[in-house]
Design a protein around this ligand. Structure first.
Ligand code: DP6
Length: 324
């Protein structure tokens, strides 16, 4: 009753921003992401009859509070699916440096879902695994697959049709992502709280939703044609629209810091000089820069020279779930 799985995090090119059901995590729109090779979580789950409660060890520390509660609540879903009342030892190791601004919850819940469902004896298809993973953290359901994946929001109230599907594998197209780490330290609004406030109060939220189907169709066409300009333009515009919704919220907020804008402007400047480079930003100040391999050295150097940039971490498309 033991299994180990490894999952990578992903960066959304079309953002998941808004829930229609918070309890079982159902989104208000489809989203599309690229799984990244550099950032992953490895998790071992062992169900054991002799345990009287779950134990969760994260990066060699016994976890408690919110972190522990989210893991046990997720194991409850797995137990219910399997019809087994067994507690588990969960051990996770994160290779997702928080400083880079990638959510470890994406790789974390994908690895937990894979290892936990296998350990308890459920034989889930990728689709079923993605649907289960969604219950832990929405963006995590896309990390079941390598390369490009799309989370289909679904229409049903019970979430049966809300899961990710593969769009193109990791080796399909070598697009690179540089995570530009900024020295900003102010704690931002969590993505969960941020999307809730936006859905409830921002008059721009409807405009965001109305623009999704166009963005999705265009980016999928761009991926199909391996047209980097098209993919980059759509991803950047989609990011800007997501962040615009936060400015309209009540009270208004933004994830951007002064250096966030400095990096954005540098990307625009490089583009005006003919270098195909684009950015996207999640629920935090760091900027993720999209580029092609031949421009890696120049982009790394140019962004590294900016004041307020403390680190640049490069990654390539990564693989989906693997069992160890
Ligand atoms: C801005 O997946 O972290 O990164 O479902 O509440 O756990 P929960 O939210 P989460 O939100 C991610 C938001 C985002 C965009 C994205 O990854 O699509």
């Amino acid at each position: 009753m033991k299994a180990t799985a490894k999952a990578h995090t992903n960066i959304a090119l079309i953002k998941y921003w808004g829930k229609r059901n918070e309890a079982i995590i159902l989104p208000t729109n489809n989203s599309l992401s690229l799984t990244l090779d550099g950032y992953y979580t490895t998790t071992t789950v062992e169900f054991d009859e002799s345990l009287s409660q779950d134990q969760f060890i994260l990066d060699e520390q016994i976890a408690s509070g919110e972190q522990y509660n989210r893991v046990t609540a997720f194991l409850d879903i797995i137990r219910q699916m399997a019809g087994k009342q067994l507690f588990a030892n969960v051990t996770s190791v994160n290779e997702v440096p928080t400083a880079a601004g990638f959510a470890s919850s994406a790789s974390g819940f994908a690895a937990l879902a894979a290892a936990g469902s296998k350990a308890i004896g459920l034989h889930l298809s990728e689709k079923e695994l993605s649907r289960l993973t969604r219950r832990g953290s929405g963006s995590a359901c896309r990390s079941i697959y390598g390369g490009f994946a799309e989370w289909e929001m679904g229409m049903r109230e019970d979430g049966e049709d809300s899961y990710a599907i593969p769009i193109a594998p990791a080796n399909y197209w070598d697009i690179r992502v540089a995570a530009v780490v900024l020295s900003a330290t102010k704690k931002s609004v969590s993505s969960r709280a941020g999307m809730r406030r936006t859905v409830e109060t921002s008059p721009f939220f409807q405009g965001w939703l109305d623009s999704i189907s166009y963005d999705l169709a265009e980016i999928k066409q761009g991926i199909k044609a391996r047209d980097f300009q098209q993919v980059g333009e759509i991803a950047e515009a989609n990011c800007m629209k997501m962040h615009a919704t936060t400015l309209g919220a009540k009270p208004p907020f933004t994830y951007w810091h002064d250096t966030t804008l400095v990096v954005m402007q540098k990307v625009w400047e490089m583009r005006s000089q003919g270098i195909p480079v684009y950015f996207t930003i999640d629920a935090g100040p760091n900027v993720k820069v999209l580029y092609l391999p031949e421009h890696e050295a120049y982009i790394e150097q140019t962004l590294g020279e900016l004041q307020g940039v403390t680190d640049i971490r490069l990654s390539k498309p990564g693989q989906g779930i693997t069992y160890i």
